[in-house]
Design a protein around this ligand. Sequence first.
Ligand code: SF4
Length: 402
Amino acid sequence: MSEPWTCPFCALLCDRYTVAHTAPPALVGSDCPRANDSLRHFDLSAPPAASPLVDGAPAALADALQAAADRLRAARQPLLGGLATDVAGMRALYRLAAACGAVVDHAHAESMQHGLRALQDRGQYTCTLAEIPERAELIVCIGALPGEAFPEFWRRAVRDGSPLRKVVFVGTPADARLRHDIEAESIDIDLVDALPLLNALVAERPVRESPPAIVALADALRASRYSVLVWEAPRLARHGALAVEQLQRLAGELNRTTRAATFMLGGNDGAATAQQVVTWLSGLPLRSRVARSGLDHQPLRFGASRLLADGAIDALLWVASFGPQLAPPDVTMPRLVLGHPALAASCSAPDTIFIPVSTPGIGSDGHLFRTDSVVALPLPRLVDDGLPTVARIADDLVERLG
Ligand code: SF4
């Protein structure tokens, strides 16, 4: 049995459970399916049998690093993508981006953009995860089912003695993982209709027709002394920034007379961390180019899938250290993958260099930012897996690039 541990497998970063060193390892103290599914990809009893690959052939680490540096040096416009790593890894990747003039974009940046664009346009009212069980009387999940992708959310958000009276799900069924002693209601309505109606009703603007359940919800929001509007970044449609803007407007209107905050669930696989680190190092968010000529932020043009579709990059460095799920895109350009050892099988193509790296919180120590982006938690390792960290590899590449 290990010491208390911080789980790195979603951005809630639960730090109240332990891990049994069984085969496969198992979470103790929670039935979280996401954590247990992720732990299956690790063997804590033996170091991973993985070696670097250069174009499908096993290679010494130094040779793989030199080949990777040569390919990055030859590229006119590289992209550092995936970026599933911890704080130290992301800091080193930023230095690497500066050394080769790369664009940086996280695998989940598209969904993170919704909140970012709304923040840039309108500002935001948010709360921390710790505030919810202390203060929330009413939680409204806007198109969100937290228990599916963030299975421990309700245990973190509700506890005995919480002031919470009710949870309302707008646009989804009630969440099966919500405590059964909490009153729940589900309103079957499209968010495109629900959000303008709620805004108008809360602001007491005339509304021609509204479902009675939405009228009742608007009344409940106005009567509640503290409401939290929960939304889930990955569940929002492509133009989700408009929905988030409406949510922020709703929170703003409520804050004229009572208290309300929004709470975003998202930022998995180090996305919240990558956004924080790039912003504090450069003053600009993800989807920026870090070139000698200066910084350039293009929220649409520098999205990884758009850069790939436009043929605007000629080398890809992909980072996926938390597991094999975040596979690198299939591309016809030099591809450098720093990944979980199980990704080796999909990284044996020509023009691909694969370097297995340690997983923060499993085989090496690290830090990650939580979904609310205000708390960075330490990730003590479960074992020493002997693999290099992303930070070590990126720093080595910086040195080789001079
Ligand atoms: S909810 Fe997320 S952080 Fe918590 S145990 Fe499950 S996967 Fe890990």
